[in-house]
Design a protein around this ligand. Structure first.
Ligand code: ATP
Length: 321
């Protein structure tokens, strides 16, 4: 039997008075997919996540969640869990009491509370009151609350807010494992690097419309110029090779024009770094030339990630339309 998509949205529109928060949004999310939702402030991310969580209903369009069409009633669809605008928690209760209360409310705590607390790394503070929790700890507890129901679709609004690097790594490990076990995860974020590290697919929203949806790998077209940092064993020869390669635009990084060798270059400051603007094929030619000339490439990386570059280009485009 075919497993239905976790989310299938078609032409979904949602207005708040005069404000069009979502304008004809299509979204497809497969089971087991980690899907990032990005967009500038006010783009409609929270509104869309709210529809998926049953906190609001769309004005027009169709929405199917885990194979079931969403009706007009406000209710969390079966198999869905998560939070928008931060997890709702009782500050005067401990972490464990919060989860017990939730499990009692739902009457279906299918996962053991200790197991959920352990999964998000809060065992040591399980009996502390939530009032004293940091934002990151609250986020983790919110995730534990969502995990209690063993969801097949998990919706998280800015889940990495307030998490320190170790916390983020832990939470991302939990999400990756959930996805590997078949749960679809949709999360919003303002951090492109986080989305790139975690998600295989992304939807970029701008002023309520989908500017892009699909695999992150498709975002960076081979024909798009991106800025790259290039560090070589010989900055002077590297610079010469850049100038000689068609399609490579060299940004000035402080290397003196009269520098004849690496020692001269070093005298002028940190000039081992070149910043070039190029398409992928032009960059390939540049690297081949460097290798031919016996110049070693020690570092080669985009200045901003392909996702961030595409995000900026697409959202600027949308906003000027
Ligand atoms: N309950 C509401 N009443 C009125 N307007 C609303 C309401 N909720 C959202 N909006 C408006 O809808 C638009 C989309 O808001 P939304 O919160 O979904 O954006 P967002 O992408 O989540 O933004 P942010 O990144 O700032 O959280 C905004 O113009 C917002 O002001």
């Amino acid at each position: 039997m075919d497993i239905p998509p976790a989310v299938r949205a078609r032409a979904v529109t949602k207005c708040f008075g005069e404000v069009v928060a979502l304008d004809g949004v299509d979204l497809d999310v497969a089971p087991g997919q980690l899907h990032g939702l990005v967009g500038p402030n006010g783009a409609g991310k929270t509104t869309l996540l709210g529809l998926l969580l049953g906190l609001a209903v769309a004005d027009t369009g169709t929405l199917e969640i885990l194979g079931t069409p969403v009706g007009r009633a406000l209710a969390v669809p079966e198999g869905v869990a998560g939070f928008v605008d931060g997890p709702g928690l009782y500050p005067s209760m401990t972490a464990r009491q919060n989860l017990s209360a939730l499990a009692a409310l739902r009457g279906d705590g299918t996962m053991k509370i200790d197991e959920a607390i352990d999964q998000v790394g809060l065992t040591d503070v399980a009996d502390d009151r939530v009032r004293g929790f940091s934002l990151g700890m609250r986020q983790r507890l919110g995730l534990a609350a969502a995990l209690l129901t063993k969801p097949r679709l998990l919706i998280l609004d800015e889940p990495s807010n307030g998490l320190d690097p170790a916390g983020k790594k832990h939470v991302y490990g939990v999400l990756t494992k959930l996805a590997a076990d078949g749960t679809a995860v949709i999360l919003s974020s303002h951090r492109m690097d986080d989305v790139e590290a975690l998600c295989s697919e992304v939807t970029i929203l701008a002023t309520g419309r989908v500017a892009f949806t699909g695999p992150i790998s498709k975002l960076a077209s081979e024909d798009t110029d991106l800025d790259y940092r290039v560090r070589t064993s010989d900055p002077v020869a590297g610079r010469r090779a850049a100038l000689a390669t068609p399609g490579i635009r060299l940004h000035e990084t402080g290397l003196a024009d009269n520098a004849r060798n690496a020692d001269d270059a070093r005298d002028t400051g940190d000039v081992e770094l070149l910043v070039v603007s190029a398409t992928v094929p032009a960059l390939d030619e540049f690297v081949k030339r460097l290798v031919r000339e016996g110049v070693a490439v020690r570092e080669l990386a985009p200045v901003v990630s392909p996702l961030e570059a595409a995000f900026l280009a697409l959202t600027e485009q949308q906003e000027t339309n």
